[in-house]
Structure formats: C-alpha cells, structure tokens
Design a protein around this ligand. Sequence first.
Ligand code: R5P
Length: 296
Amino acid sequence: MPEADERDEKQFHPEIPATSAGFFLKGASGYDWGMRNRLARIFDPESGHTVMLAIDHGYFQGPTSGLERVDLSIVPISVHADALMLTRGMLRSTVPADYQHGIVMRASGGPSILKDLSNERIALDMEDAARMNVHAVAVQVFVGGEHETQSIENMTRLVDVGYRLGIPVLGVTAVGRELVRDARYLGLATRICAELGAQFVKTYYCEDGFEKVTAGCPVPVVMAGGKKLAELDALTMARNAVDQGAAGVDMGRNIFQSEAPAAMIQAVRKVVHEGARPEEAFDYYRELAGKSPAAP
Ligand code: R5P
C-alpha cells in the first residue's frame, strides 16, 4: 500500500483551464487517442507535414531499380524519412526492429505488373499489422478501374478493422494508363477515399487545380512522387503541392533513383518541413551530394 498523501498544497491549478484543443491534422480531432498517436508518428506535429519514403514497388513489379538491395540502398537513408511505406515481407526481412520512425504498411495486392493491377485483394490481416506495430496501412483504390468496387471494398474493410485497433488507413488513388490525372479525376478519387473512411489519402500532383483537390478532401492529402524527374523538378513539384494544400509527400523513385538518394531526401525535407524554395533545396541537394553549386 502506498503511504497516504496528506499534503494540503496540491498542484491542481484550478485557475488554468485544461486545454481541450483538437489535433494538428485536418479532420482528425474526433479520432481515438491511439489513432491520433499513430498519425503523429507519420506526420510531424511541429510542421504538420510528412516526408514518407515509398519503397513498396516490389509488391507488383519485383526488384525495381534502386530497390534491388533495400538493406544497402534504403536502410541507411531511412532515418531521414518520417515514415517508410513498404510491405510486411520487406519490413520483417530487412528493416531493423529498432527503427524509430513511422511505418505505413502495404495492405493490398495480388496482380503483378503482367495483369490488370486493379484486381487487388486485401493482402494483410490487420492483426498482423498490429503485431508489427505499424502506424498505418495503405490500400490501392482504383476509381474508374475495372475492379473499382472491389478495391473500394478492400479499403472499407480495412477501415472497419482499423477503427477497432486504432490503425489509420491511407487510401492510395491509383490512376490507370487510360485515366487522365486532372483535378476533376483526382478530386473525385481522393474525396471517395475520405468519404468512405480513409484517414489520409495519397494522390498525384496536377498542374491545374491541385488546390481544389486538397480543399475538397476533408483529410490530409500526401502527394505521390511518380516517375523519376530531374531533382529540381521533383523539388518544385513538392513545393507546389505543399503550397497548394498537401500535408506532405510520399515519394519513391524520385528519391531512391536519384543519383544521391540521401541528399535528395534531405532536400525534400527542406521543402516540406522548412518551407524552402525549390532552388534553395536544390543547392542543398548539390552540396550534400558533393557537387559544385548550381549555375545562377
Ligand atoms: C503507388 O501506387 C505504390 O504504392 C507505389 O509502389 C509507390 O508508392 C510509388 O511511388 P513513386 O511513384 O513515388 O515511385
């Protein structure tokens, strides 16, 4: 039994009302504590933004260039990511269990690049996600695709179990070759993901009207990287996306296929977390990569 506490002076501070503020992320104030805590392991509470490093490509296209040896190419730079987006196979086989940053786990899959990619199923039991202590799961949603309804059902099933376990779901808007990546389509796809329960959504950037995509989505939007661009172009795209309302980026090839991946991810952080202009971040990239400054 603890001794009785008989002190008269207690630190209740009745003159200071307890704060009942919401949460720093859009749309997240009403979530349970565990779900908000997990989101705060992906999004930096100070900047409100995230730099996720996507390395899950192998789940449908095998050993992608830059990911042939994740232990050699990714593990050393993973400290610069707010969260790694990857499969459970790669996590368990290759990522040290003392990794301290966020984990966003690929939870859908099935078809390879040789088949119709929209024909995905849930590929992860949420109990296993909880066992791996992940901070969110990611599911592909193929709005307009052949298996649109199936992919949306994959997401809603994960959302249902996610609420029971406190694990957020990232809806990833997959754009088939036949679909146009304009603000109208991306606005449709992101909004559907949010309406049906995704706690955050990943989508591509579009030059015209991206601010309408982010404004029309009631939960945070993270920008997908897409195919490899020149470093300055990728940094410019990230700057534009964040300026137009994105809560961060989830980039893969534009980081791990860069000539200097460690330098590139740190330059992306400068843009996303510190508000750097693309040219400033590009100079930083060149400096870290041991290159001479860019010509004025
Ligand atoms: C997106 O659909 C998948 O999760 C990809 O494997 C990955 O996120 C793509 O990343 P990036 O296009 O930036 O290489």
